[in-house]
Write a protein that binds this ligand. Structure first.
Ligand code: ATP
Ligand code: MG
Length: 382
């Protein structure tokens, strides 16, 4: 019998999950999302919406009562409430895993305790503590807020002693940790899935290029050696084995100059660096997440065509409603806008995939084509 699915968060990830759900009517008849923004992206593609704060206990309980499987597209949810709900409703990935991942310090400690590779890190309890501990790590180092960070907004790169006070003040009142700077040559990620029956599948390793801490481009596959590909897969699979719960996870990693792989962080959800799978693999990461939490057999993850994904962010000097962004119909270029009513600087508003339809495997040309399209995007006020 088809079930009603609940999603905490109805942004673009919730939207693409809803679209995937619509292709599986035999398994999912309805989607309800909880999101504070009226007419959130998911609601525009057919999800019903409860308009409430993501941490609103009553709203989460209401959502759980109306749905038989609950999942989330954002890691801000209250894992304690979800643990309570779990007694009556299926919640995946498991609230315990969410609790571990939500706090970067607990997450890194968990990974290290399970012999997974991470950069050195240490908790910081006071300014004096920071001053003492940074002598151990040296400059530069990263001061990071432990919870509720995204798009690098909770990170401060401490370059010299002069920055110490400023970095500490920036996150006053929040729990922080210090992390060693990783002089990486590339950022990569693995999208991995485990279904409720325990089988695990990983997508091919991709390369991520960030600009000002926000993902700008994903290149599938990553331009690295076979050894790195295998090592990253091994690390991703081991990570999946130690984390509880079903679903798709995004595992962000660094490749250092001496070819060591370190895990940067894990997202217990579908991930921006997996958007290429909408066109490049048989099963998109969104369908895969649903298959995982429904306990269905996981779909194929093989990369069928090289693909470059570009994010479309709100321009720096633009705020408010905007004319629809459209591309001329071009072979191998797939635009996906998230139907957000208003743009604001650096807000994720859409993405597009450039697919190697002729199977040339020429990544350089794909990147050039992607940049050409990126330059065509112009935001105009309505
Ligand atoms: P997001 O929402 O983009 O995943 P976030 O706010 O959780 O980001 P992180 O993933 O910790 O932040 O860091 C954002 C980016 O900052 C990383 O992708 C990487 O480019 C850089 N970065 C983070 N930690 C380190 C480190 N220890 N050494 C070098 N660069 C780092
Ligand atoms: Mg990150």
């Amino acid at each position: 019998m088809a079930i009603t699915l609940g999603i905490i968060g109805g942004g673009q990830l919730g939207m693409m999950l809803t679209e995937a759900a619509k292709t599986m009517p035999q398994h999912i008849s309805n989607v309800i999302v909880l999101d504070p923004t009226k007419n959130c992206p998911a609601s525009k593609v057919g999800a019903k919406q409860i308009v409430a704060n993501l941490k609103d206990e009553d709203a989460i309980i209401e959502l759980s009562k109306r749905t038989s499987i609950l999942t989330y597209e954002i890691e801000l949810g209250d894992s304690q409430i979800l643990k309570e709900i779990e007694k009556n409703t299926n919640v995946n990935p498991s609230p315990e895993t969410l609790r571990i991942i939500q706090d970067k310090f607990i997450q890194k400690k968990f990974l290290r305790d399970n012999d997974l590779p991470v950069a050195d890190f240490i908790s910081i309890e006071s300014f004096i503590d920071l001053k003492t501990k940074i002598t151990e790590f040296g400059y530069p180092s990263f001061l990071k807020v432990r919870r509720d960070a995204y798009d690098g907004r909770g990170n401060y790169k401490i370059k010299q002693e002069d920055d110490l006070q400023r970095s500490y003040n920036q996150f006053k009142g929040k729990q922080v940790m210090l992390e060693k700077f990783v002089d990486f040559k590339m950022e990569v990620s693995v999208i991995a899935a485990r279904n409720t029956k325990g089988s695990i599948m990983t997508y091919p390793l991709v390369e991520n290029i960030h600009e000002e801490n926000i993902l700008e481009m994903t290149i599938a596959p990553a331009r690295v050696s076979k050894q790195i590909v295998n090592k990253a897969k091994e690390i991703a699979e081991k990570t999946m084995e130690v984390l509880r719960g079903a679903g798709v996870f995004g595992i962000e990693m660094f490749v250092t100059k001496d070819d060591t792989i370190l895990i940067n962080e894990i997202a217990p959800r579908v991930h921006n660096s997996g958007h290429h799978t909408l066109q490049s693999t048989k099963t998109s990461q969104f369908e895969q997440h649903l298959r995982a939490i429904l306990g269905l057999e996981l779909g194929e993850t093989k990369l069928l065509r090289h693909t470059v994904m570009c994010n479309i962010l709100g321009p720096k000097n633009f705020q408010g409603k905007y004319h629809a962004i459209e591309f001329e119909n071009t072979k191998g270029v797939y635009l996906k806008m998230y139907q957000k009513d208003e743009a604001s600087p650096q807000r994720k508003l859409g993405h597009f995939n450039v697919v190697d339809v002729d199977d040339t495997k020429d990544i350089k040309s794909l990147i050039e084509k992607a940049l050409k399209f990126k330059n065509l995007i112009k935001f105009k006020h309505v």
